[in-house]
Write a protein that binds this ligand. Structure first.
Ligand code: GSH
Length: 203
């Protein structure tokens, strides 16, 4: 069977997987998934009801972007986005978690912001504080290494660039003047076709 990825175009979590599939040159069918009206078939695949969901060509079903990325990396190891050293691998997973936590905050900030007049400024400020705290961690890391984990592109970069891509879609590129190293890293990464081909488009 053909490999399938269930997602909708702007999902930053799905983008992580789409980048990895492209980097590994693995073809797949896009199953466009409406998360506001989840089909029984989709919910059978992922009872949590979130995208992305991967159905690999062997019929195995995976969900949660981080687990999908790790499964793909284990199964199709070239090129690899996780370090082979055990402790470095844990550090990589932790960095990914940090990046996804940033993305969670960006999504929450957007959901609050789009309430318009009913948006709670205090809630918005709380999300922004966490976003800035996490972006500062990444900015500082880029003083030490060219990528967010080491001198090689890793799953941390892929998760963070997906989150920042979504942040840029919703709130613009103003963050780039406050985080110049991240801005440079972001622009450099976008030279890769896997990044350029997955940029989220406005509604
Ligand atoms: N931890 C999950 C988060 C996925 C997630 O939150 N996806 C959103 C779309 S961007 C979703 O499916 N939301 C539907 C819902 O929560 O009902 C992952 O990394 O895959």
């Amino acid at each position: 069977m053909a490999r399938q990825l269930y997602y909708s175009g702007r999902s930053p979590y799905a983008r992580k997987v789409r980048i990895v599939l492209a980097e590994k040159q693995l073809s797949y069918q896009h199953v466009d998934t409406n998360i506001r009206q989840k089909s029984p078939k989709f919910l059978r695949l992922n009872p949590i009801g979130k995208i992305p969901v991967l159905v690999d060509d062997n019929g195995l079903v995976f969900w949660d972007s981080t687990l999908i990325v790790e499964y793909l990396d284990d199964t199709y190891p070239e090129p690899s986005f996780y370090p082979s050293d055990r402790l470095e691998r844990w550090r990589c997973r932790q960095g990914e978690e940090l990046a996804d936590a940033m993305t969670d905050q960006v999504v929450a900030l957007w959901l609050e912001t789009r309430k318009g007049d009913r948006a709670d400024a205090q809630v918005q400020a709380q999300h922004q504080v966490v976003i800035d705290r996490l972006l500062t961690v990444f900015e500082q890391q880029l003083q030490l290494t060219p990528y967010l984990l080491s001198d090689r592109l890793s799953a941390v970069d892929i998760a963070a660039v997906s989150g920042l891509g979504y942040y840029s879609l919703r709130f613009g590129l103003g963050w780039q003047s406050r985080y110049p190293r991240l801005a440079h890293w972001f622009d450099q990464l976008h030279q890769r076709p896997s990044l350029r081909d997955t940029i989220p488009q406005p509604d």
